[in-house]
Design a protein. Structure first.
Length: 141
C-alpha cells in the first residue's frame, strides 16, 4: 500500500516542480499549444512530442486514439486529459476519462488508453525519471 502512495506523491512533486519552473522562467520551455498545433492527431494509435525535459522527468504532449496494452519497468507516468473522452485501463480496473481526469500509471503496471470518440484524447504525460521508449514493453497490440 505504501508503494502505491509513493508513486502519486512523486508525480505530484514533479508536476509542482514543473509548474514552479514555468512560473519562474518560461524562456527555456516550449509553448505546449505550439507543440500540439505541429502534431497530427492520430485516431488509431498514439503520437507524442516532448514539451519539456527536466532532471526529474519529461513532459510530453500526446494525442491518443488507442494505445497498445503496454508497461514500463523504469518509469512512472501521470496522464492529464485536456480534451476527449475514453477509457484508461491501469492494471485490471478500467476508468472513464474526460477533460480534467488525471491517471497515475506506476511502473511495472500494464495499461491501455482508448479514445471513445471520433477524435483522439489530447493530454499531457509527465514521465519520471524520464521518457524512455526503449523501456516500453508491448503486451498486446
Amino acid at each position: 500500500m505504501k508503494k502505491l502512495l509513493v508513486v502519486p506523491a512523486v508525480l505530484s512533486a514533479l508536476a509542482l516542480a514543473c509548474a514552479v519552473g514555468l512560473a519562474q522562467d518560461t524562456s527555456n520551455f516550449a509553448d505546449s499549444s505550439a507543440v500540439f498545433s505541429q502534431m497530427h492527431a492520430d485516431t488509431n494509435g498514439a503520437i507524442e512530442q516532448e514539451i519539456m525535459h527536466a532532471p526529474a522527468g519529461d513532459v510530453l504532449a500526446v494525442f491518443i486514439g488507442r494505445t497498445a496494452r503496454q508497461m514500463y519497468s523504469k518509469q512512472d507516468e501521470l496522464l492529464i486529459v485536456l480534451s476527449g473522452h475514453g477509457t484508461a485501463t491501469v492494471g485490471y480496473p478500467s476508468y472513464a476519462i474526460q477533460p480534467g481526469s488525471v491517471v497515475s500509471i506506476p511502473r511495472n503496471t500494464a495499461f491501455q488508453i482508448v479514445s471513445n470518440g471520433k477524435s483522439p484524447i489530447k493530454a499531457y504525460v509527465i514521465a519520471t525519471p524520464g521518457d524512455n521508449p526503449n523501456d516500453r514493453r508491448v503486451l498486446e497490440p
